[in-house]
Design a protein around this ligand. Structure first.
Ligand code: SAH
Length: 208
């Protein structure tokens, strides 16, 4: 399907002879896989991440169907690396994993049994991306470059420091604030210049 980069987060066993045998004609992609310790590390440098999940998530950004999402995903590739995040067969993705991504994406399936095997889910999404890439349409009209994962997380850390120091945020009694803030900022795709404006405002407030 034309994809070439594989990142594995804390694999049980890698390299593994079973995986190598199953990779058949794609063993080069497996051999060149980057192994990291956390999803945050895997997302470093990316400008967009889609979380593939069959489950409904409380306090998540609105979900998109795979076919609708494919156009968005392909169009973001003109701004930098885009991540497609899948869970493992046993536990899938945690809510925290989904909150690190911009868009939950679901492959339409029967309501009676919604969970596909990982390999099948990857294949269906990659097929939709292939179809969308063959008919890409207009690129999104953005004023500046998209912020990377680290820039957005840097803004969140700055905002966390500022709202804690100001007394607005008490981690012990407002557990739902951060999921809601991540959902708010996750609904929009922040650009680099916008992060600079927001952080500039925070710095100015912090001085008062
Ligand atoms: N037991 C796990 C199932 C994981 S299936 C759970 O309860 O979540 C393995 C992975 O395939 C999932 O984490 C997800 O990334 C992907 N997947 C499976 N079915 C999907 C669907 N209908 N839509 C989107 N992704 C799906």
């Amino acid at each position: 399907m034309g994809l070439s980069q594989l990142v594995l987060v804390s694999p049980h066993s890698f390299p593994d002879p079973v995986a190598t045998a199953r990779a058949a004609g794609a063993d080069d992609i497996l051999a060149n896989a980057r192994v990291v310790g956390s999803l945050a590390e895997a997302l470093e440098g990316t400008v967009f991440a889609a979380a593939l999940t069959a489950r409904r998530r409380e306090l998540a950004v609105p979900m998109k169907w795979a076919r609708d999402a494919a156009g968005d995903i392909v169009s973001r590739t003109s701004f930098g690396d885009v991540a497609l995040v899948f869970g493992n067969e046993t536990v899938g993705l945690s809510n925290e994993d989904v909150s690190l991504c911009h868009m939950p994406v679901k492959i339409p399936v029967s309501a009676e049994y919604s969970s596909l095997n990982l390999g099948a889910a990857v294949q269906v999404l990659c097929y939709e991306l292939r179809m969308a890439a063959l008919d890409p349409g207009e690129p999104p009209n953005l004023e500046s470059e998209l912020a990377t994962f680290e820039q957005v997380e840097g803004f969140f850390s700055h905002l966390d420091r500022a709202i804690t120091a100001s007394g607005f945020f008490h981690p012990s009694n407002s557990k739902r604030l951060w999921p809601r803030l991540r959902r708010l900022f996750g609904r929009i795709q922040l650009e680099k210049d916008e992060i600079n404006i927001l952080r500039g405002m925070l710095t100015a407030f912090e001085k008062k």
